[in-house]
Ligand binder design. Structure first.
Ligand code: NAD
Length: 271
């Protein structure tokens, strides 16, 4: 079973969850069902993934009721009224009257609507329609603005984070402000799995490189949401609670951080 991490609002999220980006709607039911069977109790989707319906079908059919569910507000729907509407549409597809966590997917500073969107999320939380609210891909300047203009600090910031892009400065800021760090593309979208350092650590612990990376995230304090549609890998990625990395293993992984390690878009310009 995954440990949980506590938010600044008193709620908690399972530290290891399951991400469904690029899982087609028709495949989402099977993937989420396999994940729940493997022990995952947290699912990360988004309106833009186009699979909220498939996720909702899997959750409705499952005998496990305590699944932590996250979805995200897409960029084109930013703004106060449009965010409230987009939330309703997501809930309908997810077949829920309430979810655990709603995130602003990207800051999109060029449109300058993330503060208004944040006010909508605050309202949704006040109305009890979402338990916790957070953001994704926010840089320090964006987070500072939310705090200055609303006084409400996000529970969590979901950002690109993996051994080649460790986000040390942002993580330190999160720690200071009481924001939980969540890692997207935690396996570097699979590109890290052949890295010789990680392969050697996998051999040392009799685990796979994916498991070593996920263990590193857990030891670092990140919430982490690996994705796979392959049932054996879904299981493999959850088998990370029966070993520990040594301090020297963690130091080795810390050395993989690189200025060129980023895979995804730049949050300051992505629209
Ligand atoms: P990931 O780092 O989780 O890598 C997934 C890929 O790695 C898989 O498609 C598969 O090819 C491979 N893989 C997974 N497990 C493996 C294993 N055990 N052995 C071998 N190969 C394996 O990448 P991701 O899907 O980009 O990120 C995870 C989740 O993060 C997404 O599904 C989504 O929920 C979230 N995400 C959020 C944002 C955002 O902007 N907020 C952006 C990207 C992803």
């Amino acid at each position: 079973m995954s440990p949980t991490i506590r938010f600044n609002d008193g709620k908690a999220i399972p530290q290891l969850g399951f991400g469904v980006w690029q899982v087609p709607n028709e495949g989402a039911n099977a993937a989420v069902t396999a994940a729940i069977e493997a022990g995952y109790r947290s699912i990360d989707t988004a309106a833009i993934y186009g699979n909220e319906q498939g996720v909702g079908d899997a959750l409705a059919a499952s005998s496990v009721s305590d699944i932590f569910l996250t979805t995200k507000l897409w960029n084109s729907e930013q703004g106060y009224d449009s965010a409230l509407k987009a939330f309703d549409a997501s809930l309908k597809k997810l077949r829920r009257d309430k979810i655990d966590l709603y995130l602003i997917h990207w800051p999109v500073p060029s449109r300058d609507r993330y503060v208004d969107s944040w006010k909508a999320l605050i309202r949704l939380r006040e109305d009890g329609r979402v338990a916790s609210i957070g953001v994704s891909n926010f840089q320090i300047a964006h987070l500072e603005r939310l705090k200055a203009e609303t006084g409400v600090v996000p529970a969590i910031n979901q950002v690109e984070l993996h051994p080649r892009f460790q986000q040390k400065e942002l993580r330190a800021y999160h720690a200071k402000e009481g924001i939980v760090t969540e890692a997207w593309s935690p396996l570097g979208q699979g590109t890290l799995l052949q890295d010789p350092v990680l392969v050697a650590l996998a051999k040392k612990h009799n685990k796979t490189a994916a498991q070593v990376i996920l263990r590193w995230h857990l030891d670092t304090g990140n919430v982490v949401i690996p994705k796979s549609v392959t049932p054996s890998r879904i299981v493999e990625n959850f088998q990370v609670f029966d070993f520990k990395l040594a301090p020297e293993d963690i130091s080795e992984i810390e050395k993989l951080d690189s200025a060129k390690g980023k895979i995804g878009p730049d949050p300051d310009t992505f629209a």
